[in-house]
Design a protein around this ligand. Sequence first.
Ligand SMILES: Nc1ncnc2c1ncn2[C@@H]1O[C@H](COP(=O)(O)OP(=O)(O)OP(=O)(O)O)[C@@H](O)[C@H]1O
Ligand SMILES: [Mg+2]
Length: 111
Amino acid sequence: MTVLRAEDLRVTYSTKGGDVPAVRGVSFEIDKGEVLGLAGESGCGKSTIAGAILRLHSPNTKIEGTLELEGEDVLSLKPGRLRADDLRRPPTASRLAGDRAAESVPAQGHA
Ligand SMILES: Nc1ncnc2c1ncn2[C@@H]1O[C@H](COP(=O)(O)OP(=O)(O)OP(=O)(O)O)[C@@H](O)[C@H]1O
Ligand SMILES: [Mg+2]
């Protein structure tokens, strides 16, 4: 069973200096019980991907493509819904994966 699915994920930061195409064409699937590690050079977009999954980016950051958590469109969830839902649900692989990602994001500095 697919818990988290990204298809052609694209994230663009809007800055005073113009648009920053931080993530382009990222696709992956994480099944129940699986753990996905993101590795890559500094600035390649690891924190940006984690931020998109957790809806941590500011509203003027453009997130395009498909991002589904247990079949639900993460990008159309209202802010806060992801966490509110998790509080009501028993622990699942997706929640545990989200918790781990949330722990790692504040340590990144600009996520
Ligand atoms: N808030 C932001 N506004 C504009 N550009 C940003 C912002 N955050 C990140 N970027 C840019 O987006 C790109 C991806 O950055 P990101 O922080 O996701 O990389 P990373 O893989 O997590 O890097 P690191 O390994 O250093 O943590 C980089 O070019 C970065 O400069
Ligand atoms: Mg980072």
